[in-house]
Design a protein around this ligand. Structure first.
Ligand code: MN
Length: 234
């Protein structure tokens, strides 16, 4: 097959302990999935989960033991971190029941749902799509994927993010309003999941701004940590 220009290579993420990489198809994200974060955003209660997407090429893929680089994005004065457990789908399906969700999971990774909070808030106020606040270039740092067989008790894993060594967000996956299995049930009712899909499962409380020069370290217990530095704007 020939093309009028060279197609962009498909994004992919390394897999811990093997040379084959995980090819990424789509990135789904869950909004307001920890109660204390929902409250800090001005909401309460267990509303049904809702979803937004990021383009797959928004990933900043960081290898184990390395520091990734993302540039301070344009148009914002309030660039926020959101530490999240990322679920990697290995087997697709639609209308997957929570009880069957586990067999569709390939593994897990540490991710950051980086957010232009001022722009997201503007869009919310105006009832407009969140794309400019959420789905911008380099908005989805991610570390290597650990297979589900190697990840221990992910549903009770602590997760945290530090900025220049100071802890900013610190919680536990057990506090998800909609757990991983329930999230897959809801998501697969709306879209047919496919191998290669990533799900950013939501962030706990403590979201805050970062600046150029800051270094973020995101951790989920049992997974490879994610280190990424904010570089000056392009
Ligand atoms: Mn998020």
């Amino acid at each position: 097959m020939s093309f009028v220009f060279q197609p962009t290579p498909a994004p992919s993420v390394p897999v811990v302990g093997q040379t084959e990489r995980f090819p990424v198809r789509r990135i789904y994200c869950v909004g307001r999935n920890y109660e204390e974060h929902a409250k800090e955003m001005g909401f309460t209660g267990r509303e049904p989960p809702f979803f937004f997407m990021k383009p797959a090429d928004a990933l900043v893929v960081v290898n184990e033991g390395e520091t990734g680089h993302m540039h301070y994005p344009s148009l914002t004065q309030n660039f926020h971190h959101e530490i999240e457990l990322v679920v990697a789908i290995g087997t697709g399906g639609r209308n997957i029941k929570a009880a069957d969700a586990e067999k569709h999971i390939f593994g897990y990774a540490v991710g950051l749902d980086m957010t232009r909070r001022d722009l997201q808030n503007d869009m919310k106020k105006q009832g407009r799509p969140w794309c400019i606040g959420k789905a911008f270039d380099e908005s989805a740092p991610i570390g290597p994927i650990t297979s589900k067989h190697q990840a221990l008790d992910i549903n009770n894993a602590n997760l945290d993010v530090s900025v220049n060594g100071a802890i900013r967000q610190n919680s536990n996956v057990a506090k998800l309003i909609w757990n991983v299995a329930e999230t897959i049930e809801h998501l697969s009712a709306a879209w047919e999941l496919q191998p290669g899909d990533l799900i950013y499962t939501g962030t706990p409380e403590g979201v805050a701004a970062v600046n150029a020069g800051d270094t973020l370290v995101g951790r989920v217990a049992g997974l490879v940590s994610l280190t990424v530095k904010v570089e000056p704007a392009l």
